[in-house]
Structures are given as structure tokens and as C-alpha cells.
Design a protein around this ligand. Structure first.
Ligand SMILES: Cc1cc2nc3c(=O)[nH]c(=O)nc-3n(C[C@H](O)[C@H](O)[C@H](O)COP(=O)(O)OP(=O)(O)OC[C@H]3O[C@@H](n4cnc5c(N)ncnc54)[C@H](O)[C@@H]3O)c2cc1C
Ligand code: FES
Length: 367
């Protein structure tokens, strides 16, 4: 691997792929295992922490000398001036346990500026219906989308189907009720609970394919919904997409976000492809690095991180989209992709943590 760098190599302040220290302004319980964390954007960064509905932050923490990075969706309305994430504790979870149990007002967290493309482009004149489907902590980006839509598009409506165990596990239960009150007739919320009986039988049980089919048929006019946003565990997201497509939704109108994709085979574990080294040139922060790589791995991001510690990433498993770059010459293959929409892939965007070069020369530009 060679580093043929050109141009400015200094870290400039305010760059979108640089970590910033954010003060913790509030930590408020949402449920017994989830908290809302309000952060203060760093001063003097000229709107670097402004965000669009559905975007997320990458937080990092050093644990035993090892850097751990995790992604958390912003849950407040874009333009509200409040930078807030909501975190559910996972059993044994390195970062979620710290955030939910140890973080205190006055502490600081390190975060990358908001990124992500999961969320609609809004305009005050739109008259649309947005369909949202969430399970558990998957509500966080949808909470931001719902509250932003209701604020920014006075003629648009939102339908939310939200699955949980019991009403005590519902993150944002009160906030959703407040949103309904503030926007009468424009927000419909269907709470689906697995371990608590509700009057309507259809709302009792897992949000699986059969229940989604039944709910859509009974409560939601799919043909009236312009865009769908789905966030939850992998099986729910897959079931929801299938149910929506079968109910007549356009494939391009169904947008999905996963928080976790289970055990993903790392790109470097793909079968070895013989042949000479290939040349991958990467443009990042105005500086080009040329990597001499094998077609069988490691993935472009792994190779790049050996010489460029400023390369952006979080999950390294094809889920968060932080490592995205555009392939402007040659071709790469991705071992997995749970972050990019089909039209992004068609336009040449790739996840560098999953990318292996196919052609003898490849040129990538981080975006
Ligand atoms: C785009 C995106 C947005 C996200 N937004 C949020 C959010 O708003 N709120 C939130 O609470 N989380 C969110 N997550 C998940 C978050 O980034 C972490 O994965 C999660 O907090 C677990 O981190 P951890 O360090 O506590 O667990 P780890 O120490 O990484 O893992 C502990 C155990 O849980 C498993 N695991 C890891 N993550 C998950 C998961 N999400 N579901 C089930 N099992 C898992 C691991 O395999 C391991 O066995 C988001 C993830 C992505 C990619
Ligand atoms: S680092 Fe998360 S998709 Fe590549």
C-alpha cells in the first residue's frame, strides 16, 4: 500500500468528518431502559450541527484503549434548535450502557456532525401523506421525521405504526400524544403491543407480516401514502417492505433504516480473487491517497485506515452509511449494503467498508 498524498494534510476545524466535543445538557429517562440525551452543538462552527429529519450522529468513546464508534439517530424536529438522541440500553452493550447509565449533565461526548440520507426532502407547499413503521428504538429517526413534517408542511399528514412490548416500553409515548394534540387530525398513531391487551384485537401481537397486512388493510390507505419510512429489526423491516409492496406501494417510495444487521461477513473474508494488485485512488478532504490493493481484500476502508486515520466510519458492517464514497472511475463490489438506496448505488455511491476493487484501477471520492 502506498500513500501518494497531495495537497493540504492538516485537519481543518469544522470539517464534517472530524469529531467535536459536545456538552451534555440533559439526560432524561424515556423508559426503564432508554434515555433522551440533549447535546449542545459546539460554538463557532457555523451550522455544522444543523440536521435534516432522519439524520444521525456518530459518537465515539475510548474503552480500554480501543475506540468504539456507534451511530444514534437525532429524534427532534430539524430546525428546532435541539440536538437530541435517544438511546436504548442493550444487555452487555459497550456504548449504550455507558450512555444510558453513566452519562451525566455537564459531561462531554465526541460526535461527528449529522449525516445520513434517511428522511424526506420537505417543502412548505407539499400536501403529502407520510407512512412510518417502527419497532422499539427504531422510532428515533421517525420521531424526527414526524415532528419535522408536521411543523414544516402544514398540509401534510403522518401515519405511524409503532410496535413495542407494553405501553411502558414505548419511547416518546407522551411526546407522540403531544404531537397529536398540537396537530389535530394530521397524525395517526397505531400502537401495536405484544405483551399488553388493547381493545382492538388487530393491535395485539408482533408486528409480523400477517399483522402488517391486516393493519394496512384495516387502518391505512396505502394508495394515499406518498413516502414510507421503516426502521426496526431486520425481520420487521423486511416484512414491512414486502407487505407495503404487495399492498401497492411503489418500491422507490419505501425507505428503510437498520440499526443492526446481525453478524455480517466482513468484506475481507470474501473468497480470494487471484490477480495482480490493483490501484485504488481515494479523494478525502481534498487530498488523494493511492492504495495498492488486492481484489480479495481487505476492504477499501480498512486499507485506507492504515494510512489515513481521518477516514469516516462507524459500524464497519454496511449498516450506517458513514463511510460512503462515490466511485468515479472503475468498479468495486460490495459484500453487503444495508445503508444505501438503490438510486444511490445506481449513481455510483458505495460503502467503502464493504468495497473491494474489481477493475485494475478505481477512483473513489468520499461524499
Ligand atoms: C443508522 C443507525 C442509527 C441508530 N440509531 C440508534 C438510536 O437512535 N438509538 C439506539 O438506541 N440505537 C441506535 N442505533 C444502534 C447503535 O448504533 C448501537 O448499535 C447500539 O446502541 C448498540 O451498541 P452497544 O455498544 O451498546 O452494543 P455492542 O457492545 O456493540 O453490542 C452488544 C451486543 O448486542 C448486539 N447488538 C449490537 N447492536 C445491536 C442492535 N442495534 N440491536 C440488537 N443487537 C445489537 C451485538 O452483536 C452484541 O452481541 C443505530 C444504529 C444505526 C446503524
Ligand atoms: S462504516 Fe457503517 S456502512 Fe461503512
Amino acid at each position: 500500500m502506498t500513500d501518494a498524498s497531495t495537497g493540504d494534510t492538516r485537519m481543518r476545524p469544522g470539517r464534517a468528518t472530524e469529531f467535536h466535543r459536545l456538552a451534555v445538557r440533559a439526560v432524561a429517562p424515556l423508559t426503564t431502559d432508554a434515555v433522551a440525551i440533549t447535546l449542545e452543538a459546539p460554538a463557532g462552527q457555523g451550522g455544522l450541527f444543523d440536521f435534516r429529519a432522519g439524520q444521525h450522529l456518530v459518537l465515539r468513546r475510548l474503552v480500554g484503549g480501543r475506540e468504539e464508534r456507534r451511530t444514534y439517530s437525532l429524534c427532534t424536529a430539524a430546525g428546532s434548535g435541539t440536538l437530541q438522541v435517544a438511546v436504548r440500553r442493550l444487555t452487555g452493550g459497550v456504548v449504550s450502557t455507558w450512555l444510558t447509565e453513566q452519562l451525566r449533565v455537564g459531561d462531554e461526548v465526541e460526535a461527528l456532525p449529522p449525516t445520513g440520507t434517511f428522511g424526506p426532502v420537505l417543502a412548505a407547499g407539499n400536501r403529502r401523506t407520510y407512512g412510518l413503521i417502527a419497532v422499539g428504538s427504531g422510532i428515533t429517526p421517525l420521531m424526527s421525521i414526524a415532528s419535522t413534517v408536521l411543523e414544516v408542511e402544514p398540509d401534510s399528514e403522518v401515519v405511524l405504526v409503532y410496535g413495542n412490548r407494553t405501553s411502558r416500553d414505548v419511547m416518546f409515548l407522551e411526546e407522540l400524544a403531544d404531537l397529536k394534540d398540537r396537530h389535530p387530525g394530521r397524525l395517526q398513531v397505531l400502537h401495536v403491543l405484544t405483551a399488553e391487551q388493547q381493545e382492538a384485537e388487530l393491535l395485539n401481537g408482533r408486528l409480523d407480516r400477517a399483522r402488517l397486512d391486516a393493519l394496512l388493510a384495516a387502518f391505512v390507505s396505502v394508495e394515499r401514502v406518498d413516502q414510507w419510512y421503516v426502521c426496526g429489526p431486520q425481520d420487521v423491516v423486511a416484512d414491512a417492505r414486502d407487505a407495503l409492496l404487495e399492498a401497492g406501494a411503489e418500491p422507490a417510495s419505501v425507505h428503510r433504516e437498520l440499526f443492526y444487521a446481525g453478524a455480517v461477513a466482513p468484506a475481507a473474508a470474501l473468497p480470494a480473487a487471484p490477480g495482480p494488485a490493483v490501484s485504488v485512488s481515494v479523494l478525502l478532504h481534498g487530498r488523494t491517497t493511492v492504495l495498492e490493493m488486492s481484489r480479495s481484500g481487505p476492504a477499501v476502508l480498512d486499507a485506507l485506515l492504515e494510512v489515513r486515520s481521518d477516514a469516516p466510519y462507524a459500524c464497519r458492517s454496511g449498516v450506517c452509511g458513514t463511510c460512503r464514497a462515490r466511485c468515479v472511475e472503475g468498479q468495486v463490489t460490495m459484500a453487503s449494503n444495508d445503508a444505501l438506496e438503490p438510486d444511490e448505488v445506481r449513481s455510483g455511491v458505495v460503502l467503502t467498508c464493504q468495497a473491494l476493487p474489481v477493475t485494475p484501477t478505481v477512483r473513489l471520492e468520499f461524499c
